[in-house]
Design a protein around this ligand. Structure first.
Ligand code: ZN
Length: 124
């Protein structure tokens, strides 16, 4: 458990002991809550990407707050990405873009080249 010595402000980790309660009641120490820091709560950035070798489309989701990222191959419109203690579903417009490319692969590279200038498509 963690305590704070009120006279100095120091905090320290100590083994539980019955006399700690006496020290607390005597205003010598106080117990420090060991509740973990709240997790970051970022928002995922979804992109449609494709592998450079096979030009296989996939969804890429990444979060800058927690550093998690995921590649989702063969996704459905219900694809999700778990991060920051939550689960985010793929936005409808991003899935639509993926689906369009799947149905019309000939235009994918043209579309990707054009969209790459705006940073919505990433290459690996
Ligand atoms: Zn996150």
């Amino acid at each position: 458990m963690k305590i704070k010595v009120l006279a100095t402000g120091d905090t320290m980790q100590v083994a539980p002991h019955p006399l700690l309660k006496v020290l607390e009641l005597s205003k010598i120490i106080e117990f420090v809550s060991e509740v973990p820091e709240p997790r970051p709560r970022g928002s995922a950035v979804w992109t449609v990407a494709f592998t450079a070798t096979s030009f296989e489309n996939y969804l890429h989701a990444a979060c800058s707050a927690c550093g998690q990222s995921s590649r989702i191959f063969n996704p459905t419109e219900r694809a999700s990405f778990a991060h920051c203690g939550k689960v985010e579903r793929v936005p409808a417009d991003v899935y639509q873009e993926y689906d369009d490319r799947l149905k019309n692969p000939e235009s994918a590279s043209v579309t990707a080249s054009r969209r790459n200038t705006s940073g919505t498509v990433s290459y690996i």
